[in-house]
Design a protein around this ligand. Structure first.
Ligand code: S3P
Length: 199
């Protein structure tokens, strides 16, 4: 988000004129493609790409894994909520990859619902079967919850979260067997029909 206040004001004025929705928020389980599709989509729409995990790491000066290990999941969820709020409140039209667990918090779900009602956000659920996810996701890195029994964990998460992803999203895309490019292109078309334009 390296831009001057002038550029930012110009963008806000243009957004009002075009009535574009300010942000596209991608939700879904780990491995559903939020970051890779999000990056591609941001290029196609000419928007900034933001990943809430990266915001958390930047703000905490620590990796997601370190936060889980030293401060625990509860603290991570607190930081995640602050990151989501900051991303959604930014005036810069963005594509936001919201980490898989954001829907667990009622506050986060309210942030997404209010943004949607205000026509400020469009929330997209990248829906992927857990069999495909288990083949796609890499353990390690920022996914400590998948260190043990990734397939079982993803199945449990899908069970607990599907209704929540459904609750917060207005667009659902089935990503099974589809490439990043295919999903991003379908999404760009769908978003156009839903009033989201290129910046
Ligand atoms: C999590 C998803 C991860 C990361 C953390 C917890 C989850 O992000 O925030 O490991 O609970 O689903 P991605 O969805 O970007 O992989």
């Amino acid at each position: 988000m390296n831009q001057t206040a002038d550029e930012s004001n110009k963008q806000i004025a243009e957004n009002k004129k075009l009535r574009i929705r300010r942000h596209v928020v991608l939700v879904g389980l780990m491995g559903s493609g939020k970051s890779s599709v999000g990056r591609r989509l941001a290029q196609q729409l000419g928007r900034t790409f933001v990943d809430t995990d990266r915001l958390v790491e930047h703000d905490a000066h620590s990796t997601v894994r370190e936060i889980f290990e030293t401060s625990g999941e509860e603290e991570f969820r607190r930081l995640e909520s602050a990151a989501l709020r900051a991303a959604v409140e930014s005036p810069v039209p963005s594509v936001i990859a919201a980490a898989g667990g954001v829907v667990l918090s009622e506050t986060n779900r309210r942030i997404l619902a209010e943004g949607t009602r205000a026509n400020d956000l469009v929330v997209v659920w990248l829906d992927t079967s857990t069999t495909e996810l288990a083949g796609r996701v890499k353990r390690g890195a920022h996914r400590p919850l998948l260190d043990h029994d990734p397939q079982g964990t993803l199945d449990r998460m899908a069970n607990d979260r599907r209704a929540l992803y459904e609750e917060v999203s207005s667009i659902v895309i089935d990503t099974d067997g589809r490439s990043i490019e295919q999903v991003a292109t379908e999404l760009t078309e769908l978003l156009g029909q839903n009033g989201v334009r290129n910046v």
